[in-house]
Design a protein around this ligand. Structure first.
Ligand code: MN
Length: 197
């Protein structure tokens, strides 16, 4: 049985409104959890972890719902309340991750520009990810619908949800503005831990 994760904060406003957060977490993610529990009951997937299901399930309902839970769990747990940070300019990665980003992109700003462009340019619904291979090399991946780096043998580090349900109440059609605002609430310590893990 999968259950809805608890959020490690009370609010992400004004970057993400409380209304969007409540619908996104309490309705959209809850629905994926309920759907997956129904779909896997009595099947070979019952008792497996999300990553295992995503690696093994064929295209279809089990993959889609497990993928969406995995994606949202990583998405919701990578943020922090904006009041605890000073500004986007001071909210930056550190350590090994910062070094690797600088090595591959030259600067954090170049990295952010490519990440935002790939999120904005993803046609339809999906996710943009910062991901790492077994050698620790980074790349930015665009994935449609519920797909994710785990299904492709890569380590998921940071993700922005570009499904309209993630931003439409707050930003309407302005996906690029929404993605640009998210840097203010990224908890880089979490991303760094995922990279070093
Ligand atoms: Mn979503």
């Amino acid at each position: 049985m999968f259950t809805l994760i608890e959020l490690p904060y009370k609010s992400l406003a004004p970057v993400i409104s409380d209304q969007t957060l409540a619908f996104h977490h309490g309705k959209h993610l809850q629905t994926y959890v309920d759907n997956l529990n129904k779909l896997i009951a009595g099947t070979e997937f019952e008792g497996m972890g999300l990553e295992g299901i995503v690696r093994k399930a064929p295209a279809g309902g089990v993959f889609n719902n497990a993928g969406q839970i995995l994606n949202h769990n990583l998405y919701f747990t990578q943020f922090m309340t904006p009041s605890v940070i000073l500004s986007e300019a001071k909210n930056l990665p550190t350590g090994n991750l910062a070094k690797q980003i600088a090595k591959q992109w030259g600067s954090i700003d170049s990295f952010k520009a490519e990440f935002e462009a790939k999120g904005t340019g993803l046609f339809g619904s999906g996710w943009v990810w910062l991901q790492a291979n077994a050698e620790g090399e980074l790349s930015i991946g665009q994935y449609a619908n519920a797909d994710n780096p785990v299904a492709h043998g890569l380590k998921p580090l940071l993700t922005f949800d570009v499904w309209e349900h993630a931003y439409y109440l707050d930003y309407q059609n302005r996906r690029a503005a929404h993605l640009a605002a998210l840097w203010q609430i990224v908890n880089w310590e979490i991303i760094e831990n995922r990279y070093n893990d």
